[in-house]
Design a protein around this ligand. Structure first.
Ligand code: FES
Length: 378
């Protein structure tokens, strides 16, 4: 089954029709937090064997990069019972299963133990959450930031919470949200697991400053809604790093190439996105590149790639309406129009451009690349 979208023509419906339709267009995503720890026996293997096994595991995991968004984290030094987190986001849970099997088939997989696993899905909140995005609270697409730290925990509310009226709960959520707004540098990703896993929510907070998160959690304890928390542990403090670095943190000789931070933006970075025949002319699809979601468009044989997230309120541009004549895409949520080549806003409510990416076809395979700033002419 293809996950690409035919370019759509949106007929002249009323605004509320359009709003409903555009909301239904956006698919939920599946999310998995897979926490591993290594059998200490592995640390007694020879250095050569450890390095070889890490390289094999690294290559195996990286083959999944074009099918899901995969963020690695290390918990070495922060937690006793888990050492490595793979935060996975995809359109289907099947790819999680395939990755888990592939990992277990590697030599290092024989030493990796699954410490914790959480499986959840994105969903629009039932509560009114006014946000800086023009009041549009959007939780259907997870877009991790580049924050250094991630704090993850499963969450269950008491059954008494669900017996209260929606209005009463909304009042308490307003207070809760207000406290969260005091910490704008802490980004919350809430996903839902009612019926999918043992919990109700998995929450993941991203920040560059752990003390902000500590202060936020302490403040939240004083809110009314906190009385209705049944479980919010275990709590995992995770450090974002490249996958090779996260594997190196487990032990053995280093396999990660040293990274010169000053050189990083100049490095060429390409991702194998999909086969050319998977996106025929007139179609668009969501692909992944460098931990980001990218909307790929085939306009009469010409390929374009933009950040999938509309700069207004994160609408999914891969599901937008493409005008092949003027080479634009219109966001399906509030109709901001972007130039497919540059990502500039041409019309509508958005004020900031979206990132545009380089696209190349090599041997019938489409590659998406980060444009090097110095070479991009506006
Ligand atoms: S999300 Fe509002 S215009 Fe795209």
């Amino acid at each position: 089954m293809s996950s690409s979208n035919r370019f759509m023509h949106i007929p002249n419906h009323s605004n509320s029709d359009k709003e409903q339709r555009s909301k239904s267009l956006t698919k939920r995503q599946y999310v998995r937090f897979a926490f591993y720890r290594i059998d200490p026996v592995w640390r007694r293997l020879s250095g050569d064997e450890q390095a070889e096994q890490k390289c094999e595991l690294l290559d195996t995991i990286q083959t999944f990069n074009r099918r899901m968004l995969l963020r690695p984290y290390s918990l070495m030094g922060t937690r006793a019972d888990a050492e490595l987190l793979l935060w996975l986001i995809a359109e289907s849970p099947v790819v999680f299963q395939e990755l888990a099997v592939a990992i277990m088939r590697t030599r290092m997989g024989a030493y990796l133990q699954m410490a914790y696993s959480y499986f959840s899905q994105t969903k629009r909140s039932i509560y009114e959450i006014r946000s800086s995005n023009n009041g549009h609270e959007e939780r259907l697409v997870v877009q991790p930031s580049d924050a250094r730290y991630l704090f993850v925990y499963p969450f269950i509310k008491t059954r008494d919470w669900y017996q209260m009226s929606r209005a009463a709960r909304q009042g308490m959520m307003d207070e809760h949200i207000e406290v969260g707004r005091r910490y704008p540098a802490v980004k919350l990703n809430t996903t839902y697991c009612f019926g999918l896993d043992d919990y109700e929510f998995i929450v993941a907070f991203e920040t560059d400053e752990p003390s902000d998160f500590l202060d936020l959690v302490q403040d939240l304890r004083e809110t009314e809604a906190s009385r209705y928390t049944k479980q919010d542990t275990p709590l995992f403090s995770c450090i974002n790093m490249r996958l090779a670095e996260a594997l190196d943190a487990l032990g053995g000789p280093a396999i990660a190439e040293p990274l010169d931070e000053t050189e990083r933006p100049r490095q060429e970075l390409w991702t194998e996105a999909c086969r050319l025949d998977e996106i025929p002319p007139g179609e668009s699809r969501l692909v992944y590149h460098d931990g980001r979601q990218v909307a790929l468009f085939n306009v009469d044989g010409r390929l374009y790639a933009l950040s999938n997230r509309c700069s207004h309120a994160r609408g999914p541009l891969s599901e937008g309406q493409v005008d092949t004549a003027e080479c634009t895409v219109t966001c399906p949520w509030h109709y901001a129009k972007y130039d497919l080549v540059s990502g500039r806003v041409l019309d509508g409510v958005a004020s900031a451009p979206v990132e545009s990416f380089a696209v190349e076809v090599r041997d019938s395979m489409i590659f998406v690349g980060t444009k090097i700033a110095a070479l991009v002419s506006e």
